[in-house]
Design a protein around this ligand. Structure first.
Ligand code: NDP
Length: 287
């Protein structure tokens, strides 16, 4: 085991990018994956494919996990719990904050430290400047493994609570999936009307530049100020009805904007029609 040895468990697109980056930076890399064939290109470049999970864990003080969810984490680590003692597991696997906390406690019972991580870039961003990962867990473990972790991305250490990184990640990914699906729906509407995604690109870029709105709304949301002095939910309902009708008239499935329209209408039914769209924060919190 060397100071620059690291184990990567999970070779989906993300784990593969991480393993490749470690090889690029000269790390002594051990990998393990449920489907070993996915390690072939890495092994050809000098990575060692561990025959067992136990071997993979014992090869390095730091194991980086990049798996679909924590069910996969347990499915793997339960194969060799005794090999966890004394190790740090950088668990860069997405799941809920509660599951991240449970896993940290489970690992602690086996003598290991979990650093929960939420990677904020897609696989091609790994190892590039500006890439960041939310981390939470013991600061000491971050410091011990700072160089290896920073080989992948910058570190945004949020605190000790192992659930925090998962929480920040889920908040961001909530915005990301819903926002990106909005983009895709818009492009379905564009394409149905003979406008290509490339043609619409400059307009799409302007439309998704939410900075002005976010900076304007954030202090108001925190203050509970949902005054309808700039826009009102009743205007938003009328506007979204136009979107739904345009989609229907274009032969495009309107269920996505219709679901949003349903939420807006629930806001109106709750008496927020003359309030800002931001009042939806309170509408969804009340369920
Ligand atoms: P994948 O879902 O493609 O990861 C699959 C990995 O999990 C493979 O190694 C797969 O093994 C393993 N796996 C899944 N289920 C099991 C199981 N039951 N037992 C053992 N191994 C299992 O995800 P990505 O590589 O794309 O991402 C990894 C993590 O990073 C995810 O949590 C994702 O949310 C997060 N992330 C991904 C980003 C992306 O753009 N890809 C961006 C930011 C975060 P096998 O090869 O055998 O199937």
């Amino acid at each position: 085991m060397t100071a620059t040895s690291v184990t990567v468990i999970g070779l989906g697109p993300m784990g593969h990018a991480m393993a490749t980056t470690y090889l690029d930076r000269g790390y002594d890399l051990t990998v393990w994956n449920r489907t070993p064939a996915k390690a072939a290109a890495l092994v050809a470049r000098g990575a060692r494919l561990a025959p067992t999970v136990e071997d993979a864990l014992r090869a390095s003080d730091l194991a980086v996990l990049s798996l679909t969810d924590y069910t996969a984490v347990y499915a793997i680590l339960e194969q060799a719990p005794a090999a966890l003692a004394g190790r740090t597991v950088a668990n860069l696997t997405s799941d809920t904050p509660a599951r991240a906390r449970e896993a940290a406690a489970w690992l602690a019972r086996h003598g290991a430290v979990q650093l929960t991580g939420g990677v904020q870039v897609p696989p091609p961003g790994i190892g590039t400047p500006g890439a960041m990962t939310y981390y939470s867990g013991p600061a000491e473990a971050i410091e011990t493994h700072r160089a290896a972790l920073e080989t992948l991305t910058g570190i945004d250490h949020l605190g000790e609570d192992p659930g925090l990184a998962a929480l920040y990640y889920q908040i961001g990914i909530d915005m990301f999936w819903i926002g990106l699906t909005g983009y895709l729906h818009g492009q379905a509407l564009a394409q149905a009307n003979g406008i290509s995604a490339q043609d619409f690109l400059p307009h799409a870029l302007k439309t998704v530049d939410f900075r002005y709105f976010l900076e304007f709304y954030a202090p108001r949301i925190d203050a509970g100020n949902h005054a309808g002095d700039v826009e009102t939910l009743s205007m938003a309902v009328a506007s979204l009805e136009h979107v739904v009708r345009t989609a229907e008239e274009s032969g495009v499935d309107a269920s996505l904007p219709a679901a949003t329209l349903d939420l807006f209408r629930r806001g109106v039914a709750a008496g927020r029609d003359q309030d800002s769209l931001t009042s939806l924060v309170e509408v969804v919190q009340k369920g």
